[in-house]
Design a protein around this ligand. Structure first.
Ligand code: MG
Length: 365
């Protein structure tokens, strides 16, 4: 039997938003973390240490995981001290709430070793070389083979870790529990950590976790007596693109890319060419509607990569105008937009100057 303490009372200062409430797919960080412990056999009590402001916000979690809520202190050390007073099982596992990728295998390994050795700390060998630095100068290069970085959950014999925390002097602060145990009880036992058991601390830790990618492609025929409009910019040309709207293939490809990224129907369905409303429509204003949908789903455009495939006219001289126009419509900075131009080497309908195509890939977060 064991109790688990999940720490979620930090200020998330480096992330500038409450990392516990961040969503990873459909679930929040704290949900994923709590769920990992809830499914472990032998769990007696699941204790969540958090700010009292969160008690109400976490009411659903409290019910689903039968949580014991404890108010966090000003420091990690204080938070753990508060939580230990609720521990009644012979063993306790202490875990960072911001490590949502902890596996049941690691939790069980820590638990088993805690029973056998009185403590178990997951650790990974140090990959980077570590330097001791003072005043911008390297003082010493440490022997990497002796260095390990430690993770959580850290497991302890409950009576021993309680005794360690009771021995603490006022204002003594530690960054992890094994250091308290090491100082007041004995050398903790090390088990192999898990590289996937990452702690979310910096904004870069979540970049990519929630990112979406979308792809779009479009082609329109070229015809006489039509304006050639690409990326919302009119280009002098004998032929223009033919379509129900202004037939701006580049903007159409970008719209489909954005819509696919947020899981919404494509432009054929949203702006059907059977609807007279869209006859001669300005594609840039349709793009604004799509951007509003992206915003409504709480996504931001990270990057847009566009390729325009045309034999003629030569489009590269318009790159800057295209980027400026798209930047305005997408409400993103110009450096987020990349545009490439290619021909089909005179092959097929594009090579024969009878069509222009465009393909777009976007990433959102
Ligand atoms: Mg189209």
């Amino acid at each position: 039997m064991f109790d688990a303490i999940v720490l979620g009372a930090g200020s998330s200062s480096r992330l500038k938003q409450d990392k516990l409430k961040l969503c990873l797919g459909d679930d929040s960080v704290i949900y994923r973390t709590l769920k990992a412990f809830f499914s472990i056999e032998g769990l007696n009590k699941l204790i969540l240490v958090t700010k009292s402001d969160n008690f109400f916000a976490f009411a659903d979690l409290t019910e689903e995981f039968n949580l014991t809520l404890v108010e966090g202190g000003d420091t990690r050390t204080e938070s753990v001290s508060n939580a230990l007073t609720c521990v009644s099982a012979p063993y306790v596992l202490i875990h960072d709430g911001a490590r949502p990728f902890v596996s049941s295998k690691l939790i069980n390994t820590v638990l088993l070793n805690t029973k056998n050795f009185g403590s178990a700390i997951p650790a990974l060998p140090q990959i980077d070389t570590i330097k001791e630095v003072f005043d911008s100068k390297v003082v010493k290069t440490l022997d990497r083979s002796k260095l390990f970085s430690v993770q959580t959950p850290q497991g302890f014999d409950s009576s021993k870790i309680k005794k360690a925390y009771q021995s603490l002097k006022i204002d003594e602060v530690f960054t992890d529990d094994s250091a308290v145990f090491e100082k007041y009880i004995e050398a903790p036992h090390i088990v192999e950590g898990d590289p996937l058991n990452k702690k979310i601390t910096e904004p870069s830790d979540i970049l990519g976790l929630n990112a979406k990618v979308g792809a779009g492609f479009d082609v329109h025929p070229l015809a006489l007596n039509r304006k050639l409009i690409l990326c919302g910019v009119e280009i002098p040309s004998k032929k223009g693109l033919l379509g129900h709207s202004d037939a701006d293939v580049a903007v159409h490809a970008i719209m489909d890319a954005l819509l696919s990224a947020i899981g919404e129907p494509d432009i054929g369905e949203l702006f059907p060419d059977s609807d007279p409303k869209y006859l001669g429509a300005n594609s840039i204003s349709l793009l604004s509607e799509v951007v509003a949908r992206v915003k409504a789903k709480n996504f931001t455009v990270l990057s847009v990569a566009l390729t325009i495939i045309a034999q003629k006219p030569k489009l590269a001289p318009y790159r800057e105008k295209f980027i400026a126009s798209l930047s305005k419509a997408l409400k993103v900075k110009e450096d987020k937009i990349g545009i490439g131009f290619t021909t089909t080497e005179y092959l097929g309908i594009i090579g024969e100057e009878n069509a222009i195509a465009a393909s777009a890939i976007v990433s959102l977060i």
